[in-house]
Design a binder for this molecule. Structure first.
Ligand code: MV4
Length: 451
């Protein structure tokens, strides 16, 4: 096992990783920008190195400085958290050259799954169901149109280097197609310097269901059940839950086995996620694999009792998985609400600033993941997510009541947050019934505007 790990991240996930390391007897090195000298992660770690100016590109994305900090402190491994360098294969290769363990999968796996069209081909070859669509990448609108006609409209045009909705367009009709394709391709070229595209049948209002995977470097792969992440606004998740209310035990087994098959086809190790779209007739399709620990990992931890960060560190050190599939049971229901310093009344504009009053709820089955403290000033340079509120209870109905109570108790004063918006969301009749799909927030916002 490692003696010392450097955490190449900030905010609540850096704090989460520091805590896991401390419990494991591993010393921690934090990095921070000049804007983060007072940040909680910088205060909690055993050592902290300020590596550069506020802008992410000069600090949390500065590979050379992060590697220098790692070598200078004698840390043997880097935990990248999520975002920043967590899916950067170039960084993983640089770690290898410096003899530092990257806590995550190999650079080749990141590359293979980061190319979404190639990932689709890999999954098709392995017999994993994908959305009906192209077998290979598409580079021009004319070729695309021929294939789109075969698939049948509407179709979804996606950037191979994309994810998170960038470089993605729906084409409803043949007439729409060429301009949609060109717009999506231009956006992809601008955002990713890569105009490689692929085309899928458009699935209307699916559920976004993702399976958590854990895999070691000895060929063992298990799944830890699914999360329903359908409650998203502009491809930003707002609420996640485990398990998905719409999935039967039979379907869970089938999707879980498929997720394992997908991870094995990728040659995967570490913690990872297989994303599926689930349609109204309960047909499911692989869309992407995420090769990092995710923001919403705590809901899976709550229903399985497995610490994903600790497991991720153990498998990175070469240990075998401590759990078999039979050891994994899903107990009760967990929900996470992301609290952001943003103003829902002003198009969710970020609202950084000083925390003047802070109170976290507590009690049985209530978990708060946050890097806030009273008097802290949220800097304007980074993500606006400031608290993850997670609850766990015997079933969804009880978990919702617990979330209602916990949201009511949470106080974050001094900055505007989406706390009230979240409270309204979880009390929505449709949400209460479990009628979650990817069109939910949009309909919810329209309903609100009408009132
Ligand atoms: C889709 C889809 C419908 N049909 N693909 C959005 C982000 C990217 N990861 C995949 N996305 C979608 N792909 C086909 N063939 C609808 C979405 C989608 C979506 C997916 C998950 C969560 C929220 C979403 C919101 C809008 C669209």
């Amino acid at each position: 096992m490692f003696d010392k790990i450097l955490i190449a991240n900030r905010g609540e996930i850096a704090v989460r990783i520091i805590r896991a390391c401390r419990e494991m007897g591993i010393r921690t090195v934090a990095i921070c920008s000049t804007a983060d000298k007072e940040a909680l992660h910088a205060q909690l770690a055993d050592e902290t190195i300020c590596i550069g100016p506020a802008a992410s590109k000069d600090s949390y994305l500065n590979m050379e400085r992060i590697l220098s900090a790692t070598l200078a402190t004698g840390a043997q491994a880097i935990h990248p958290g999520f975002g920043f360098l967590s899916e950067n294969s170039k960084f993983v290769r640089m770690c290898e050259k410096c003899n530092i363990t990257f806590i995550g999968p190999s650079a080749d796996i990141i590359d293979k799954m980061g190319d979404k069209s190639a990932a689709r081909s890999t999954m098709m070859a392995a017999g994993v169901p994908v959305v009906p669509g192209t077998k290979e990448a598409v580079y021009d609108a004319k070729t695309g149109l021929t294939i789109a006609k075969e698939i049948g409209f509407p179709v979804m045009i996606k950037a191979s280097a994309g994810g998170g909705g960038k470089g993605m367009r729906i084409a409803h009709t043949e007439e729409d197609f060429e301009s949609s394709f060109d717009t999506a391709k231009m956006e992809a070229e601008k955002s990713f310097a890569d105009g490689t595209m692929y085309i899928e049948k458009y699935i209307a209002n699916p559920k976004h269901v993702e399976f958590q995977i854990l895999a070691d470097q000895h060929g063992n792969v298990i799944h830890l059940g699914e999360r329903d992440c359908s409650i998203q606004r502009k491809h930003q998740k707002m609420i996640e839950e485990a398990p998905c209310a719409a999935i039967s035990e039979t379907l869970r087994k089938k999707m879980g086995q498929t997720a394992i098959k997908a991870a094995k086809a990728a040659g995967y190790y570490s913690a990872g996620t297989i994303e599926f779209l689930l349609d109204a007739s309960n047909d499911f399709y692989f869309i992407e694999m995420n090769t990092r620990i995710q923001v919403e990992h705590p809901v899976t931890e709550m229903v399985t009792g497995i610490d994903l960060i600790k497991e991720q560190i153990r498998v990175a050190a070469g240990e075998k998985l401590r759990y078999t599939q039979e050891d994994v049971t899903i107990k009760g229901h967990a929900i996470e609400c992301r609290i952001n310093a943003e103003d829902p009344e002003k198009n969710f504009m970020p609202c950084p600033g000083k925390i003047t009053d802070l109170h976290f709820p507590g009690g049985m089955g209530i978990r708060v993941e946050s890097a806030l403290y009273n008097g802290y000033t949220i800097p304007p340079f980074y993500d606006s997510m400031v608290v993850k509120l997670i609850v766990h209870d015997d079933n969804r109905e009880l978990a919702l009541k617990k979330m209602s109570s916990a949201l009511g108790e949470l106080i974050v004063q001094g900055v505007t947050t989406n706390l009230d918006f979240q409270y309204e969301l979880i009390h929505d009749e449709g949400f209460q019934k479990g009628n979650t799909d990817t069109g939910f927030i949009e309909r919810f916002m329209e309903k609100k505007a009408d009132n």
